[in-house]
Every structure is written in C-alpha cells, then in structure tokens.
Design a protein around this ligand. Structure first.
Ligand SMILES: [Zn+2]
Length: 343
C-alpha cells in the first residue's frame, strides 16, 4: 500500500467521506464496493474476520476504485475495538462480539458510505443538530437503530437539505441493492446477525448493477430488461441498446462504461484485488461517437475470432469493435457480441 500513499490518487476512506466522497465517477464508487465485497469474501474464506476496524485503514484509488486495506490496522487490534459508527448495534449494546455478523454490518456501512459520499445509514434527521451527544450516539448506533431509508416511524428519514446526494443516489439504485441495505440495517438483523446479506450476495448484486447500468444524461439510471428500447422514467429520453455481450448466460447491454470483471471470466480462485478488477470496459471507439468497442484492460491477451473467421490477438489497452458475431476468448470464458435484433 505504501507505493500509492505518495500519489494523489490514493485516498483513505475516512478522508474521502469527510470531503464528501467525490471519486472520478459513480461507477468508480461501485467498483470500490465490488472490491470491498471481494475482500470480505477472501477474508471469510480464510476463516478470518475483522477484530478491529477504522476507516483510516481502508483506502481507495480515486480513479479506479481499487481498494487497499492495511492488514495491520484491521487485524491486530484487540477484540471489541470497533468504533461506535462501524460496530453493529448488538456490539454497541454489549450483547455480541466481533465476527462474521459484524463484518457484514461493516461491509454494508462502507458500501452505503462509498455510494452516497459518506453519509451513515443510521444517522438521519432525528440526529441532525450541532452536537451529537453521547446519549444520541447510544440511541442512533445501539438502542434504537433506524435505517434512514426504511424508517417506518418517520423520525429518522433523510434530511432533504443535508442528505442531498444520498437521496439522489437512493433513487437510482436498483431494488435489489436497496433490499440488501434494508436487510443489513433492519432491526431483525440486530437480533439475528446472520440475516444480514453476506459478502457474496453483495458482490453478485453489485457486479450485476455495474454490468447492466444504462445511465441517462439527466442523471437517472435506467433499469435494464429484455428488449432494445428503454425510456427514461425521469426525463422521457429514449435509449437504444443495439448490441449485447453474451457471457455466462447473461446478456450485458453495450453501454459506454459498462464493465466485465475478472471474476466473471476467470473461474479459478483469484486474490480479492484481482477478482474486483475490470477485465473489459465498453468504450467509445475512435472519433465516431456512435462506434463502440470493448477495451481489454487486463494484463492478458485475448484471442478474438472475427466475423471473417480470422483469429487475432488483442492485448492490454487494445479495443475490439462491437460487431455482431465477434467471439472473444477471455480468461477461461467465451464471450460473444450479438446485435439485439438477432437475439
Ligand atoms: Zn433521463
């Protein structure tokens, strides 16, 4: 991690959240969230969990969303040293100890903060004021936790003047991701931490979100589905999906910026940092803004079968044009580009 501390691209999450959480794009924040879920998956597969945590121990590359975690800060603290904002209510109440249940909570808080620019999911309008007293903290993070976006009492909803970014982001999140947050911060999960979504559920949903994003110029993100025509529910603009990328039974819309991750094309077990890295990104190809391509952003060379039946090598940084019938061997997976009207 030291090699990146000296560049302006690396930022500790604590610093990022304090400054309003601006990364190079919303997609970068989603990449960061994918990276966090991959990290927790690797940690739990090794039989480890977080015994102490502080957001100064986690950093992100501002341009790529790559997550860097300082193992010393996270793993050598004494049990029970989770700060109140990152400890789940059951630990703040003293009825549970750190384990996979608290890791799931920490993961959900970090993902929420990454996506919304630093807001805490339990810190809503009920606690807005000049000072958060000790009693208020006890209520917010322990005795009476209420997720700001599913608070049925109406007491702790987001403040429209303060949670501007969080509200805007919440409105564009797919239902699946909203449901994960609601489960992670539900009262039921305080009593049964195993009811919180685990890192693999987060990973699957975030990867699908990134794969299928259809952003509109107005800031809305359209829900993908069958077909090729989509109308923005916010501004009415139409969006045409001319091609899709077929991979593992899925059909990813060809939309500038959509990614395919290494974990989707390599099925051997990869280190978390590699699992979360994009293998390919859909880009505008050349000077014609209507032409799209699939850029190889991995370290490896793809074998590409053109529509004329010629095999070509496509290395790092090179772009395969989006053309129906092109097949790409990438990692241990075959990808095929298909026009939507031929599906
Ligand atoms: Zn729109």
């Amino acid at each position: 991690m030291t090699e990146n501390r000296n560049t302006n691209e690396y930022m500790e999450l604590r610093e990022l959240f304090r400054s309003g959480g601006n990364l190079s794009s919303f997609r970068t924040a989603v990449d960061g969230a994918v990276g966090l879920s991959a990290y927790f998956t690797e940690l739990h597969e090794k039989g480890e969990c977080i015994q102490g945590f502080h957001p100064s121990g986690v950093g992100i590359m501002k341009n790529t969303g790559e997550i860097r975690i300082d193992p010393k800060l996270i793993k050598t603290r004494e049990e029970g040293s989770l700060p109140i904002r990152y400890a789940p209510p059951e630990i703040n109440l003293g009825v549970a100890k750190p384990g996979e249940g608290s890791d799931r909570y920490i993961l959900a808080v970090l993902i929420f903060q990454l996506l919304t620019g630093g807001d805490h999911p339990l810190h809503g309008s009920r606690y807005m004021g000049p000072v958060m007293t000790k009693r208020m903290k006890e209520m917010c993070y322990g005795l009476d936790p209420e997720f700001i976006f599913s608070d049925s009492t109406g007491r702790n909803l987001p403040d429209p003047k303060i949670h501007v970014k969080a509200i805007a982001i919440w409105n564009i999140l797919p239902g699946e991701i909203r449901d994960l947050f609601a489960r992670a911060f539900s009262r039921e999960a305080v009593l049964n931490p195993e009811k919180r979504p685990d890192e693999k559920e987060w990973n699957r949903s975030l990867v699908a979100f990134q794969n299928h994003m259809i952003p509109c110029q107005c800031g809305n993100i359209l829900k993908d589905g069958a077909g090729e025509s989509f109308t923005c529910t916010a501004c009415g603009k139409g969006h045409q999906i001319t091609h899709r990328i077929k991979i593992n039974g899925d059909a990813i819309p060809v939309v500038r910026g959509n990614r395919i991750y290494r974990s989707q094309v390599r099925h051997e077990s990869l280190p978390a940092a590699d699992e979360a890295r994009p293998e390919a990104i859909i880009v505008v190809s050349g000077s014609d803004h209507n032409k799209m391509g699939l850029r190889n952003v991995s370290e490896d060379t793809w074998k590409v079968l053109t529509t004329k039946g010629i095999t070509k090598d496509v290395g790092k940084g090179e772009v395969v044009p989006i053309k129906s019938g092109i097949k790409i061997r990438c990692g241990d997976t075959d990808i095929e580009i298909a026009a939507t009207d031929q599906q």
